[in-house]
Design a protein around this ligand. Sequence first.
Ligand SMILES: Nc1ncnc2c1ncn2[C@@H]1O[C@H](COP(=O)(O)OP(=O)(O)OP(=O)(O)O)[C@@H](O)[C@H]1O
Length: 297
Amino acid sequence: MSDALRIEGVNRRFGDRQVLSDITFDVGSGRMTGFVGANGAGKTTTMRIILGVLAADSGTVTWQGSPLSKEQRRQIGYMPEERGLYPKMSVREQLIYLGRLHALTHERAKRNAADLLERLGLSERAEEPLQQLSLGNQQRAQIAAALVHEPVLLVLDEPFSGLDPLAVDTVVSVLRERTSAGVPVLFSSHQLDVVERLCDDLVIIAAGQIRATGTRDELRSRYAEPRYELRVDGDTGWLRDHPGVTVIDLDGDRAVFDLAGAADDQVVLREALARGPVRAFGPVVPSLAEIFREVTR
Ligand SMILES: Nc1ncnc2c1ncn2[C@@H]1O[C@H](COP(=O)(O)OP(=O)(O)OP(=O)(O)O)[C@@H](O)[C@H]1O
């Protein structure tokens, strides 16, 4: 992982509660980094410290090797948890305003706004005040607001909450364009299926501590049990008596099982074939939800 953004040894307490303990992780250039954790785990607090909205008690946030300056922080594309747009201003108007606030020329702000409105399917609602839009469309407008000034780093708190599956795909493709241009993206989410599909890297936090970091595939193989799935036409009950097999889940024609170290999966497959047609056989890759449960247990 390259070290475009590095959070190192960050601690924070509120009163006598330690809410972040020694938080350390990187968000690499052009990487989509999913930040996942249960309610209250510390995601928003970490993001607010990155943005400088909140101070850390100790620890550092660096950008390309140097502490993030005030000016650099202002340039981050941030989507806060407490969405902060003007309810009475038209969507297009406020996007242009935000672009101008970040020193874009009027022409450029106008062009970026029009582009994002088009990409995010908001062109037809662009002249309406934000408060008249549905919640999902307001969410799209928030995403446009985080992107309009061409930020070099994106920090997005729950950008997918409240979006329908098609809108999720649209937003994903807009964000992917940014990562392809080298922009690092850190986003939090509770939608583990979306995170699984979207992120390159993962940071899992629980009770203010980082429990796991790595690429999605690294985490999958690190936490992969030697587990197999078998589907046949008949019954898989015989697996219970097969040497080296520990059945995890068995439901008639489908079984999930572990194999003891020395046991040979091909022996199990041959046995299954000898008993009739085999419809599926192979190792089971754990889902992100399963890994998440395991590392935050
Ligand atoms: N200003 C504050 N004062 C006191 N406690 C706070 C403050 N902000 C956050 N906390 C506490 O810090 C902990 C972490 O909260 P945080 O909002 O960072 O979690 P989160 O992972 O973003 O949760 P969620 O997924 O619910 O948004 C929580 O226990 C929260 O109550």
